[in-house]
Design a protein around this ligand. Structure first.
Ligand code: FES
Ligand SMILES: [Fe+2]
Length: 304
């Protein structure tokens, strides 16, 4: 399992998980099996404790998952409820269970197995006013830390994005960071109350507010394993009032976002070491204050 901050992580779109039907997902360098039962998300390691078959190949029976190999059944707490050859269960046989919830059309998992913190599932209040968003996902061959740091780095804009969003950007120190243990926020022009800003929230979500309240770019950085991270991309908008053109607008917004992210991708996957927390010889400048804080806080949250 990857060493990650012990907090909430977006792991999938809600639409990827089905009612009473197991789905296999690789996350955190672990094979997981997820399903929805009575509006509750179930998430377990995808491995039968009998002889290690993948439970995701099995089926749901009255809320229990049945292993496809020898028919052992496990209840919603992961305890073995039924073994065919002895005709009863065994409470010593348990699945590795994860704390999971569904909010904002995403499934989240908390990597702290003892958490009781269901009040602070990371999200952005400013998205409440938006009815529409375009969305897609793409997997990059790199570590989650490099993907996140790319979005905390404004000094790359006039170079990597010189033909798109970085065209007239000048890198100056006149930006303002707000740094806490839960988030990293940066305003590009602190004198202007409508300044554009980005906001990253641990474990893995980020929002960019470009056109004050009209258009927001959202990313979730979902760790598959050490070398692969899946980006869930959403563009929230509310400037369209004619409903039937919304699919067309969503299509165009996705193309625009793919062009910009593709400009980043080649650079980000070239960075070594893969895990930026190991990059102790890198020389950070003032524009990297968000990245420095990210590394310190990430390390602290990993060690909890
Ligand atoms: S491997 Fe799962 S029941 Fe035997
Ligand atoms: Fe970029």
């Amino acid at each position: 399992m990857l060493n990650l901050p012990k907090t909430w992580f977006v792991v999938a779109e809600s639409s990827e998980i089905y009612n009473e039907k197991p789905t296999a997902l690789k996350r955190f360098n672990l094979n997981l099996v997820l399903w929805r039962h009575n509006d509750q998300i179930m998430a377990f390691e995808d491995k039968c404790p009998h002889r290690s078959s993948k439970l995701s190949l099995g089926q749901l029976k009255n809320g229990n998952i049945e292993c496809p190999f020898h028919g052992f059944q496990f209840d919603q707490f992961g305890q073995c409820d039924f073994i065919p050859e002895i005709n009863h269960g065994n409470t010593n046989l348990c699945l590795n269970k994860f704390i999971a919830v569904e909010q904002n059309n995403f499934v989240y998992i908390n990597l702290n197995p003892h958490t009781t913190d269901y009040q602070n599932i990371p999200w952005f209040d400013e998205l409440a006013q938006f009815k529409h968003y375009s969305h897609y996902s793409v997997t990059w061959p790199c570590h989650i830390t490099r993907c996140i740091e790319n979005q905390l780095d404004y000094a790359h804009l006039p170079f990597v994005h010189k033909t798109t969003i970085g065209r007239n950007v000048k890198v100056s120190n006149n930006v303002k960071f707000e740094l806490t243990d839960a988030s990293i926020k940066m305003y590009t022009n602190p004198q202007n109350k409508d300044s554009s800003y980005f906001n990253f929230k641990f474990g893995n979500i980020w929002l960019l507010n470009i056109l004050s309240g009209k258009f927001l770019q959202f990313l979730a950085f979902v760790p598959i394993d050490e070398n692969n991270t899946k980006l869930y991309v959403r563009t929230y908008h509310n400037f369209i009032t004619i409903p039937f053109i919304i699919p067309f607008v969503n299509f165009v917004l996705n193309i625009q976002s793919k062009i910009i992210l593709n400009q980043d991708k080649g650079i980000v996957i070239s960075q070594e070491p893969l895990n930026s927390i190991m990059a102790t010889s890198e020389k950070l400048y003032v524009s990297d204050n968000g990245i420095k804080h990210f590394r310190d806080t990430y390390t602290k949250l990993c060690d909890l």
